[in-house]
Design a protein around this ligand. Structure first.
Ligand code: HPA
Length: 267
């Protein structure tokens, strides 16, 4: 396993900021990184142990600076399991953030909407998740210094942060996110199954990072952008392409940026 402390040592040579919040930007949601002031832009491949993202719509740099006056580290582009990385590598940045002294993480993603009351462009605060990826970054030897062997997942999505997000934007939805390995979008039968299991949205990210952040006791906020309606219900279902996902995510990006900035300002 890669050493998060080596990555932190390298980061400290590249930036003088000491971030207190980490923000992970999902597909098409990179614009927020441009609002970071006094930014040091650090290419992923220059951080030991940190892989670069190959997914279209994902840049590969860590932007460290201030947002709403608070020191932040913003991941412009994340790593996905479907890119072929080990699941531990996907979540490695979260290990680094924690080793760097960051205790709060805000994760964003693009997702398909399973809840028929949702619409394209809606933003959903994640209240809970279902891990349907078939893997887990906590598998393997446990480092007891970082967290417990069997982490408690009740309340993983920090209530105080969810309340803050709703206070910033009362029109936010809230619901359960189911994570799949991808890379294919789901079949209609899979979508109906996920709805039956109690999920409101489906996507291919976020859960690995949440598991690792929770393991180490970090405070977690996750916000999903509904980029397509993936209900599996004839008449309520649409074909989905990555181009459409990016286009809708880009359009919703400004509103998402306002929510994230509002939360950061109130922390
Ligand atoms: N399914 C899975 N992941 C996604 C989707 C979807 O419909 N839209 C954006 N990410």
């Amino acid at each position: 396993m890669s050493d998060a402390n080596a990555a932190v040592a390298a980061l400290r040579t590249k930036t003088k900021h000491q971030p207190v919040v980490a923000i992970v930007l999902g597909s098409g949601l990179g614009a927020l990184a441009d609002d970071v002031k006094a930014a040091d832009r650090i290419a992923y491949e220059t951080i030991p142990g940190w892989h670069r993202s190959t997914a279209p719509g994902h840049a590969g740099e860590l932007v460290v600076g201030t947002l709403e006056g608070k020191p932040v580290a913003v991941m412009k582009g994340r790593l996905h399991y479907y890119e072929g990385y080990d699941i531990q590598d996907v979540a490695f940045p979260v290990r680094v953030f924690n080793a760097w002294g960051i205790d709060t993480i805000i994760l964003t993603n693009a997702c398909g909407g399973l809840n028929p009351s949702f619409e394209n462009g809606d933003l959903m605060v994640v209240s809970d998740h279902i891990n349907f990826m078939g893997t887990n970054p906590l598998r393997g030897p446990n480092d007891d210094a970082l967290g417990p062997r069997f982490p408690d997942m009740v309340g993983a999505y920090t209530e105080e942060l969810r309340k803050l997000a709703h206070a910033v934007d009362p029109k936010l939805k809230e619901g359960v996110y189911v994570a799949v390995a991808g890379p294919n979008f789901e079949t209609p039968a899979e979508l109906r199954m996920f709805r039956g299991l109690g999920a409101d949205a489906v996507g291919m990210s976020t859960v690995p990072e949440v598991l690792v952040a929770r393991h180490m006791g970090m405070r977690i906020l996750a916000i999903s952008t509904v980029t397509d309606m993936a209900t599996g219900i004839p008449g309520l279902i649409q074909h989905v392409t990555h181009e459409e996902v990016l286009a809708v995510a880009n359009r919703a990006g400004a509103r998402l940026a306002t929510v994230v900035k509002g939360v950061v300002a109130r922390l």
